[in-house]
Design a protein. Structure first.
Length: 225
């Protein structure tokens, strides 16, 4: 008599255990993949923020380093203007290898730091300036100016400060403090060359002197720099 072997499959319990193990492995794999994607996104976002900060610092450093005591002809005495709207002054700009005077401004509006450039230093009021947002997510911008000590206000628009400090408070709580040394009051010849004033200036040796460096000096609160 022939005996037939019985065919045996998976029981319902074995199938449920296999599905549970597969679900746990899939969940762990998804968590690892999701964590890697979040890390990559955060890293790229942070890199973009640091690039914006570095670009802003470079523009400010160049503008203040090439600062000139030249006011628009339509606004005599407006060499270095500071008010609630921000800063406005004259600097040198190189276009196509040629240096020329440029009237620019810096201001904070809608949590963005804007750089304003006029088409010509002596342009009429009808010529609207070009405004470009340089830095985003800025909660506050505070300026200070050095002239025989640090001042939060600058009322003498006909004079240039010897140093400028900008403190930026970012949306994430970080605080960036930058100090820029400026050429101070200088004479501009008719040929356009810049010559330092030959008259000696009194200097102080106390702690009120501005730092001799224009390196980025971050101070962070509530976040990593």
């Amino acid at each position: 008599m022939r005996h037939h072997e019985k065919q045996r499959g998976f029981t319902l319990l074995e199938v449920m255990i296999a599905l549970t193990v597969f679900a746990v492995i899939s969940l762990l794999a998804w968590q690892i993949l999701d964590g890697a994607m979040r890390t990559t996104t955060a890293t790229n976002q942070r890199a973009d923020e640091l690039n914006q900060l570095q670009r802003t610092y470079n523009l400010l450093e160049r503008d203040f380093f090439q600062l000139l005591p030249r006011a628009p002809r339509a606004e005599p005495g407006s060499t270095f203007v500071y008010d609630d709207e921000g800063l406005e002054f004259t600097t040198l700009s190189g276009i196509s290898g040629r240096l020329q005077l440029e009237r620019i401004g810096w201001r904070l509006h809608d949590m963005q730091l804007w750089r304003t450039v006029w088409p010509a230093i002596d342009a009429s009021e009808k010529n609207a300036p070009d405004e470009v947002p340089v830095l985003n997510k800025v909660k506050a911008a505070e300026w200070r100016f050095y002239q025989q000590g640090w001042h939060k206000e600058w009322s003498d628009a006909a004079q240039l400060p010897e140093g400028t400090e900008l403190e930026l408070t970012m949306e994430n709580g970080e605080i960036w403090r930058w100090v820029f040394l400026t050429p101070g009051n200088m004479d501009v010849s008719a040929a356009g060359s810049v010559v330092r004033d030959a008259q000696p200036q009194d200097t102080q040796t106390d702690d009120a002197q501005p730092p001799a460096s224009t390196e980025v000096q971050p101070t962070t609160t509530g976040g990593q720099p």
